[in-house]
Design a protein around this ligand. Structure first.
Ligand code: FES
Length: 117
């Protein structure tokens, strides 16, 4: 059976990614620490789960988002985006999920209208 998610393609997600790159409902295939990972943006929130379906290795980056879940393109198992748990068979085992860290960089500069002391 297909095992499309074996090769690592796309960005190294440990180096960060810009959430604004994804539109709602889009998927991004990348990798983290040697594993294929798919980032999904659903209802304005980003989630990270394994790109490899636990059933027969379907590439979840080619799946679709359905109400907080990602559906495998091969046999339509669905996994919760938040936890990776199986919501719809035929998969029996959950996919790995990752917590995403939100980081921001601030730089302070005086605004044009700020009073100077
Ligand atoms: S490979 Fe994903 S449901 Fe079968």
């Amino acid at each position: 059976m297909a095992d499309e998610a074996q090769s690592l393609t796309g960005p190294d997600l440990t180096q960060g990614f810009e959430p604004a790159r994804l539109n709602d409902g889009e998927l991004l295939l990348g990798h983290a620490n040697g594993e294929a990972v798919v980032i999904a943006k659903d209802a304005g929130e980003c989630f990270a789960v394994s790109a490899k379906c636990t059933h027969y290795g379907g590439n979840l980056a080619r799946g679709i988002l359905v109400g907080g879940a990602i559906r495998c393109p091969l046999h339509h198992a669905e996994f919760c985006l938040r936890t990776g748990e199986v919501l719809t068979p035929p998969a029996l085992d959950p996919v790995k999920s990752w917590a995403l860290e939100i980081a921001c960089t601030l730089s302070a500069k005086p605004s044009a209208s700020a009073p100077h002391k």
